[in-house]
Design a protein around this ligand. Structure first.
Ligand SMILES: [Zn+2]
Ligand SMILES: [Zn+2]
Ligand SMILES: [Zn+2]
Length: 149
């Protein structure tokens, strides 16, 4: 079994354990998320699903994503002005998004350890590293902008 197949089976197993029906659209959404290795908007997930199942509507995909999120199998994140992006839950990480090229990068969650501790001790605030991306300008764009000046 490949790693992707193992992840897919794990997701389907959790669905079964929660007595959720595994419909064909649901299986297709899981398939897309497992294969993605990337951050996809609900529209992008829909487009991928529709390549194999043209009959699946965007609202069905939304409902499935919500159900998967409810079981902590999927997480979403807001990256700038665009729609939220989804991926399978896994290793905790943070997001930074470039305002110029709109690429989202994953960053190891421990990069935020110091600021998380500070926020906790000074404000009693608990940081969620994953849910909303920090915005800025990525290294490539900074380089390109510098060259232009
Ligand atoms: Zn949200
Ligand atoms: Zn950039
Ligand atoms: Zn992510």
């Amino acid at each position: 079994m490949t790693l992707d197949e193992a992840r897919r089976e794990e997701v389907l197993k959790t669905l079964r354990e929660h007595a959720k029906r595994i419909t064909a659209p649901k299986r297709a959404v899981v398939e897309v998320l497992v294969g993605a290795h990337d951050h996809l908007t609900a529209d992008e997930v829909t487009r991928h699903v529709q390549q194999v199942r043209p009959d699946v509507s965007p609202s069905t995909v939304y409902r499935i994503l919500e159900e998967l999120e409810g079981l902590a199998l999927v997480v979403h994140s807001h990256t700038g002005h665009a729609a939220a992006v989804y991926h399978l839950a896994g290793r905790s990480h943070g997001h930074v998004t470039c305002e110029v090229c709109h690429v989202t990068y994953e960053v190891p969650s421990d990069i935020f350890n110091r600021v998380a501790r500070e926020l906790d001790s000074t404000l009693g605030f608990e940081l969620d590293r994953h849910h909303v991306a920090l915005s800025g300008i990525c290294a490539q764009c900074r380089h390109r902008l510098r060259v232009k000046l």
